[in-house]
Write a protein that binds this ligand. Structure first.
Ligand code: MD6
Ligand code: FE
Length: 207
């Protein structure tokens, strides 16, 4: 799909460990919570938290971006510098991301096919980093029924959904257990996988 970019092994092992350290500090300040589906209230199988000025949340009332954690009501912690630098390098945008969503998958978690469309700005890509166990990522087209492909995302991989692929349907079919040793039990993360996505939420200012 045009605009989709997969940088395999973009982040070195050393950088992954440093990023994991930054994320563990964020998770201490803004603990994972279990989002629920709008209307049905069914819990997600992933746990989520955010950093940055805005965070993506989901509960019975719907999907939205908000400046505070839904459980602690505290403002989200700032986005780590390494992630801001990655955004600058790979998007070439002078304006920073406003939201950084952190998903935690236990080995049995998955994420259904969806589009990221709760933002007001679709010209900026969504940048996504994978850490820990590998995942089978499914990428489709602009319609739910479009043909899909399966892509394996490994620890240190970065993908960008930009251009026409910005609104492509995508999801996580499954996590491949024991495929990475990055996230150990010491992290209290039950092994599994972390996925970090950065987005622009409001319109880019014209410069
Ligand atoms: C995941 N990723 O990799 C789920 N969304 O766990 C996403 O939902 C996603 O990887 C938008 C752009 C890139 C992504
Ligand atoms: Fe998504």
């Amino acid at each position: 799909m045009e605009g989709f970019c997969h940088h395999k092994a973009y982040i070195t092992k050393r950088q992954q460990l440093a990023l994991l350290d930054d994320l563990l500090k964020i998770i201490k300040a803004a603990p994972f919570y279990t989002p629920t589906m709008p209307k049905t209230g069914r819990p997600f199988s992933v746990q989520e938290t955010n950093c940055g000025p805005l965070g993506w949340v989901s509960d019975k009332k719907g999907y939205r971006y908000q400046a505070t954690h839904p459980v602690t009501n505290a403002p989200w912690p700032p986005i780590p510098k390494s992630m801001l630098d990655l955004w600058q390098t790979l998007t070439s945008l002078s304006q920073p991301p406003e939201a950084c969503l952190i998903n935690h998958y236990k080995n049995t978690a998955k994420m259904g096919l969806h589009q990221d469309k709760d933002e007001d700005e679709f010209t900026a890509p969504v940048l996504s980093v994978s850490l820990g166990n590998s995942a089978k990522f499914r990428l489709g087209g602009l319609k739910r029924a479009d043909k899909t492909q399966s892509i394996e995302l490994k620890s240190g991989d970065v993908i960008l959904l930009g251009g026409p692929s910005r609104l492509a349907f995508h999801g996580i079919d499954r996590i491949i257990k024991d495929s990475s040793t990055l996230i150990t039990d010491q992290t209290n993360l039950d092994a599994g996988r972390l996925n970090i996505t950065m987005r622009r939420v409001t319109k880019l200012a014209k410069v």
